[in-house]
Design a protein around this ligand. Structure first.
Ligand SMILES: [Fe+2]
Length: 289
């Protein structure tokens, strides 16, 4: 089976390329690592590509990439998907560092690119704006979440971390509690989330966002599902953007519980359905949705 190991980049279309590039550089603290007529690639200060912007009429998520084991040839992954009835093509990736990817669509129509080798891009590593460490997860609304959940679990090796039956699913492909979340609703991108190093960086980031006219529209919060501290704002295209720290970690899949933390409800904290539990989305202000 194919086993995704890490989220690479999210590819977004935009009608405001220059404004978006400035926002990701000056506010989120990414580096413009590549630009040509068609697209801009933004990377973390540590040299990981994480956002690809392409020209388009409206803001939309058009693709996401995942790193798989370097020991699995793309041809083998292509054959595995083919046997499951998923057509996939080997081609160039969206960024200069990805010479070869395996591309196919998930059931909701988002293009997935798998890659098995990566080159870090050169950056000056100087601090500017918020120091986003990585693109941590992509959250998506769709009318029925079951088929896409099964696809990520059965075809791409994701595990179910926590869920609200029929309404929300949080899936992991690494120790991080979630890399993909699916919510029941009208089909659209829900949010992109960047990890920052700790809560103090989240506070600094919130001040910086407000100073740059990006007020928070939710948070600061500590979630129940995933237990990450988070704050949310909208990027210049109106795409909800989360910054977070202290997400639950499944450090040992065989043991099957999340690394214990003081704010956990359960001891040990294992994957479960939260639908019937008292689980406010913000533990700090339970009455606020
Ligand atoms: Fe999130």
């Amino acid at each position: 089976m194919i086993q995704c190991r890490r989220l690479g980049y999210a590819a977004l279309t935009t009608g405001r390329m220059n404004e978006l590039v400035r926002y990701y550089e000056d506010v989120i603290g990414l580096v413009l690592s590549h630009r040509d007529e068609g697209r801009a690639v933004l990377s973390t200060r540590q040299g990981i590509e994480c956002v690809v912007l392409e020209h388009g009429e409206r803001p939309e998520l058009v693709g996401i990439s995942f790193e798989i084991s370097p020991r699995v040839p793309l041809e083998e992954a292509q054959a595995t998907l083919g046997k499951a009835g998923v057509p996939a093509q080997i081609r160039k990736g969206r960024s200069p560092s990805l010479a070869r990817v395996l591309a196919f669509k998930d059931p909701k129509g988002t293009e997935i690119e798998l890659f098995n080798s990566i080159a870090f891009v050169a950056t000056d590593a100087k601090d500017r704006g918020i120091n986003a460490l990585k693109l941590g997860h992509v959250a998506y609304f769709l009318p029925a979440i079951e088929e896409t959940t099964d696809f990520y679990v059965d075809r791409l090796g994701f595990r179910k971390s926590d869920w609200r039956e029929g309404r929300a699913m949080f899936l992991r492909c690494s120790p991080d509690h979630h890399t993909i979340n699916l919510f029941k609703g009208e089909k659209r991108l829900a949010h992109l989330a960047f990890e920052v190093k700790d809560f103090s960086e989240l506070v600094r980031a919130s001040d910086l966002l407000v100073r740059n006219d990006f007020p928070l529209d939710w948070g600061p919060a500590r979630h129940t599902i995933g237990h990450n501290c988070a704050c949310y704002h909208q990027n210049p295209d109106g795409i909800r953007t989360e910054l977070y720290a202290e997400m639950d970690q499944m450090k040992d899949e065989e043991l099957g519980y999340f690394d214990p933390r003081p704010w956990h409800e359960d001891r040990p904290q294992r994957p479960r359905n939260w639908e019937t539990e008292d689980s406010p989305r913000n533990k700090w202000i339970p009455g606020v949705p």
